[in-house]
Design a protein around this ligand. Sequence first.
Ligand code: EPZ
Length: 419
Amino acid sequence: MQKFIITGGKRLSGELVLQGSKNSCLPIMAASLLCSSECTLHSCPKLTDVYAASRILNCVGCKCSFSENTAVIDPGNVSCTAISEELMREMRSSIIFMGAMLGRAGECIVSVPGGCELGPRPIDMHLSALRKMGVEITETGGIIRCRTPSGRAKGTRISLAFPSVGATENVILCAVTAEGDTVINNAAREPEICDLCGFLRACGADIAGDGGSRILIKGKQQLHGCEYTIMPDRIAGATYLSMVAASKGELILTNACTAEMEPFLSVLEQTGCSIYTSDDRIYLRSAARLKAVRDRIRTMPHPGFPTDAQAVLMAALSLADGTSVFEENIFDCRYRHTGALIKMGADIQVLGKVAVVKGAERLFGAAAEATDLRGGAAMVIAAICAEGRSEISRICHIDRGYEKIEEAVRLLGGDMRRV
Ligand code: EPZ
């Protein structure tokens, strides 16, 4: 089992090129199944979740090869419509292959996806939306069998009870090659939805309204392959900015999606950091000591404050001057990192969906276990700012979302090793 060994107390400074977005890359890899010819995807992050998606593509008969950050996917021969339980369990996002397989083959057998680390993560909205599109679905013992009687789903009007990212993606993937038009009301507005739609349009799909709450899709018989560059990862960006801010350092982040990161940047700025943005660059200079954020930080669907940035900002604010309050509104169990932060000396009280963080004068190195992807990244940030040595285990969670995080930290002058 690999671990990170971090010796804290170093001020981080330098320049980083932001990786491509995991949460864009995974649905776009699934979407390539809908094409009749090869897709070339640039800026794919080298992550275990991305390799899990490529194993799913291989399992259904598609070739997928990587050369550095470029993936070439040949969706020519889909020979199998069942995805094994083992592959489905590897990551939660495996569920978006359901919509893609339905769009491609009109049928699929999948299972309830793995990863309950953030609390219960039901897929009821995915299933009811697909049923409304004429997909017959049966669920037995965690196995989900889907088929469309005519071989193609039917366009319809869908109103999501909540703007779920995954449900919006599954409906889009099923609708682009469905018969007729689909309208999604209360669609998720996350930038990664726009990136998926941008890719699908480059493949010939007819989609409008993404980025807003109402997405309109006109079904097409077939899509073609294309060459596409995945958008930058706004959550990895929020992580490195929180890390450098907490270390009292300075960062130039390039290949950054500045507009999409604004909900996070506007909160980070309240800590007293100087932040300047231009096109695809963010410059941050930290304050001598961060200030607590005065307004309650409420996680909300985009363009609200992202739930994925809650843990990493909390790690930074655990050393700020004053008290900050978080309210987690998206997932039930997204404070699992607080135990490790408290062990390192942070003063955090969790009461249901609220966490009250009283800034401590200092943190101390400790042994901690990554509980989930962003929670693990929060522990790395706390360890970088702590006095002494920390050991972070179960780093498989961190490797799901950060491309060589230890190399990025070392590049900025930090002391972090993988053993
Ligand atoms: C996506 O997860 C992201 N994952 C998550 O990032 C992110 O935290 C989340 O969106 C919110 O922004 C990927 O893109 C791969 P949801 P997803 O469906 O699609 C409930 C990370 O750290 N819900 O918008 O699973 C659900 O339980 C990951 O990179 C239902 O009740 O999120 C949750 O409370 C973690 N029924 C809320 O909606 C459903 O059918 C939001 O979930 C679907 C969702």
